[in-house]
Write a protein that binds this ligand. Sequence first.
Ligand SMILES: NC(=O)c1ccc[n+]([C@@H]2O[C@H](COP(=O)([O-])OP(=O)(O)OC[C@H]3O[C@@H](n4cnc5c(N)ncnc54)[C@H](OP(=O)(O)O)[C@@H]3O)[C@@H](O)[C@H]2O)c1
Length: 360
Amino acid sequence: MISTVVWGTGNVGRAAIRAVEAHPALKLASVLVHNPDKVGRDAGDLGGLDCELGVAATDDIDAVLAAGPHAVVYAASGDIRPDEALDDIVRAVRAGAVVVTPALYPLYDQRNAPAEFRDPVLAAIADGSGSLFVSGVDPGWGNDVLPLLISGLGSTVDAIRCQEIFDYSTYEQEHSVRYLVGMGQPMDYEPMMLLPSIPTMVWGGQIRLMARALGVELDEISETLERRPLDATVTTRTMGEFEAGTQGAVRFEVQGIVEGEPRIVIEHVTRIHASCAPDWPTPPGGGDGAHRVIIEGRPRIEVSVEATDEGENRSAGGNATAVGRLVGAIDWLVDAEPGLYDALDVPLRPAVGKLGRKQP
Ligand SMILES: NC(=O)c1ccc[n+]([C@@H]2O[C@H](COP(=O)([O-])OP(=O)(O)OC[C@H]3O[C@@H](n4cnc5c(N)ncnc54)[C@H](OP(=O)(O)O)[C@@H]3O)[C@@H](O)[C@H]2O)c1
């Protein structure tokens, strides 16, 4: 069995505990937490399972890594503390672990990652023989393996569009929703995630991965942005009120320009309430969220994926599929050479050994 640590127990970490527990080749060895209130709590409780798993959460990073785990799912925040997250990940790789994480956007396209991210990881791999695979946003597979797979069904392919269409009232990360994305802020507020060049920083790596897989050269990566105010004040389930006149919906594109045309596009349509920007794309089933791939060409091909978890929650479903991709890669990575891997290197495989398998 592959001893596996889950490090961080927020949205991603909760799902990671469940995914590791459900994987026939993995054994949950430890759960690392930062929040002192979680120390000592059982992993089953932290993972939202109805049973105890007999693994008490700890904040003792040294002890957990000294035990020599085979793998680490790094699910602690990376966007608000990228340097610390990189340090943690480097430490685990140097300890010899296969590390999988969604937390370091710059390493999605590791070949083109800034040296300050790539070099310490490569040094740690050389020292400790661990590995690193970074994937996750939208939720990883939606902007790399899925569109590339579907593109192979086209005769002519004019453009590939990957959409994330979400109602963020279900996304349990209020700081990100209100401040990084700017929902509920005055229309002259400039949300950090939407500042020029930030979308390219986050999603450009996936555009480059798709271009590489498709064998095309990008002229450049460009961005578009539209925002809409709420017509009326709305009340959300967990984040309270969002006032009329404040930002209620955002639509942006990160465009890979090929021979002057936007041919590889990652598009986000994000609302805080369904009433805002009803003319923009909506999930096909009318629910809270979907990931959609459209291959423009002949034939035109459209695939929508709607995942739900933790009740009927689409955000939790998206997180869980991002986690499924990462946790499902661990046994492949353990068998592969130590290294720094991206989504084109690591295959998405069927759920071998999981069909019908009981989870506690
Ligand atoms: N959701 C996705 O599909 C997705 C996609 C792409 C990228 N990501 C990235 O993945 C990371 C986790 O996302 P999430 O939605 O799970 O976030 P989250 O719910 O906010 O959870 C993050 C966890 O990080 C830990 N943490 C917080 N502050 C810390 C600190 N100062 N030092 C060490 N640990 C700290 C906490 O773990 P404990 O509570 O256990 O102490 C917290 O629960 C983020 O960087 C996010 O941007 C997520």
